[in-house]
Design a protein around this ligand. Structure first.
Ligand code: GDP
Ligand code: IMO
Ligand code: MG
Length: 423
């Protein structure tokens, strides 16, 4: 089993970064395949706290080659900052970080348009991260994108950028902003490209060789299943596919190679940005979850919306992605609660319904059906094995497993790499 996909099972921020850093200790390659710098993946290990928007979270294992696959949108400034901050920590990425020439580049007009569209939509805005993700993917699929490969040749880049700005500036002016300068963007992006050029290549032959040699490959998903544009809460979602299958086009991996799919799921539910969230708690319990879980967005610093575990969406994610196992994170955040609730399903007007029955509008009418379990009211952050957990915590994990329908093989009890139980 050489290829493992690690996928968020909720609305993102499930703790994928932590799980990748852990599993990367037993891997040869870690590949990002979707999203862009809207992702914010946290890793806590011997190098302190690190937050990645683009660089794969397996970078701390010196034996691992990290690849940013062609399905990812690259923000050149963010990428450079991450390489620099790793260098400051003594981590050299040279030769170990490969960026696909197929990646589309986020341009300043994408970030600006992201902001302008959001402002124009007012109260029906999505609550994006402001990283230009929607506009850049929109350009990709409407044949207006600029890829890293285009930037290698000065005249090709100048021609494409000029063409795009001639259109984008009309749009920007119509939305009431000052047009952007071609010369300024061109020279800034040429300099950024020159610094990053040594990392840019075509990783396909390297990935093929790794597959042939049965190397251990991790596919690092960004965002979460419920943010998928097809199966998530559209239009309150992100722009690229967040599901396990995207590893194929986004990383250049044949579908049949992905044998293991690990769903990462938080022991409760969070969401950042707008859109329906049936188990959201706007009371004191929600506040406590936010406080104990330090629930603030890595990319935007926004407070995350919090609520009890939603088994309806976790089960749906498991079916859709074909999770072969689950990694349960942040169980320790529930340490202080006397009673814990789980949404086992939904109802509308007294009738049992499912997530998949409707759209975001429908979901906003769904009421969770709760079940209560006793809490354990003691710290579990030091637990090293499943048997170390209080019986109430063990029961909670088993109940979630039963409701999701997939074995929970990893239980995370703290942010650090070592605070993890393998079952
Ligand atoms: P990602 O986007 O899925 O990688 O998740 P984020 O990094 O955005 O958010 C997860 C947050 O929870 C980070 O601050 C992690 O350091 C933290 N975290 C991960 N696992 C655990 C855990 O088991 N317990 C606690 N208390 N924090 C955790
Ligand atoms: P990680 O990988 C949580 C959300 C935004 C917004 C919607 C669209 O850290 O789990 P976008 O900027 O993508 O156009 O925003 O998607 N979103 C995330 N929420 N975690 C993420 O990534 C997210 N990436 C995007 O908050 O609701
Ligand atoms: Mg995150």
């Amino acid at each position: 089993m050489s290829v493992t996909a690690i996928i968020g099972a909720q609305w993102g921020d499930e703790g994928k970064g932590k799980i990748i850093d852990l599993l990367a200790q037993e891997a040869d390659f870690v590949i990002r395949f979707n999203g862009g710098a809207n992702a914010g993946h946290t890793v806590v290990n011997e190098y302190g706290i690190s937050r990645f928007h683009l660089i794969p979270s397996g970078i701390f294992n010196p034996r691992v080659t990290c690849i940013i696959g062609g399905g990812v949108l690259v923000d050149l400034e963010t990428l450079l900052e991450e390489i620099e901050s790793l260098r400051e920590k003594g981590v050299d990425t040279t030769g170990r970080l490969l960026v696909s020439q197929r990646c589309h580049v986020v341009m300043p007009y994408h970030r600006l348009l992201d902001r302008l569209y959001e402002a124009a939509k007012g109260k029906s805005s999505v609550g994006t991260t402001g990283r230009g993700i929607g506009p850049t993917y929109a350009d990709k699929v409407s044949y207006n994108g600029i890829r890293l490969a285009d930037m290698a040749d000065e005249s090709v880049f100048a021609e494409k950028l000029g063409m795009q700005l001639s259109v984008k500036n009309r749009l920007i002016a119509a939305l009431g902003e000052e047009p952007l300068s071609l010369e300024q963007i061109f020279s800034q992006y040429r300099s950024l490209y020159a610094v990053l050029a040594p990392f840019i290549c075509e990783p396909f032959p390297i990935v093929q060789k790794a597959l042939a040699e049965n190397k251990r490959i991790l596919l690092e998903g960004a965002q979460g299943t419920l943010l998928d544009p097809d199966w998530g809460t559209y239009p309150f979602c992100t722009a690229s596919t967040t599901l396990a299958n995207e590893g194929t086009s986004g990383a250049g991996i044949p579908p049949a190679e992905i044998k293991r799919v690990v769903g990462v799921v938080k022991a409760y539910t969070t969401r950042v940005g707008h859109g329906p969230m049936p188990t959201e708690l706007s009371d004191e319990t929600g506040e406590l979850l936010r406080e104990f879980g330090a629930e603030r967005g890595v990319t935007t610093g926004r407070p995350r919306r919090c609520g009890w575990f939603d088994a309806e969406i976790a089960r749906f994610s498991a079916m859709l992605n074909g999770f072969t196992e689950m990694a349960l994170t942040k169980l320790d955040v529930l340490d202080q609660f006397a009673e814990i609730e789980i949404a086992v399903g939904y109802e509308v007007d007294g009738k049992r319904v499912h997530y998949v029955d409707g759209d975001a509008q429908f979901l906003s009418h769904c009421r969770p059906i709760y079940e209560k379990m006793p809490g354990w009211r003691t710290s579990i952050q030091g637990a090293k094995s499943f048997a170390d957990l209080p019986s109430a915590a063990q029961d909670y994990v088993r109940r979630l497993e039963e409701l999701i329908g997939v074995p929970i093989t990893i239980v995370s009890v703290g942010p650090e790499r070592g605070q993890t139980i393998r079952r």
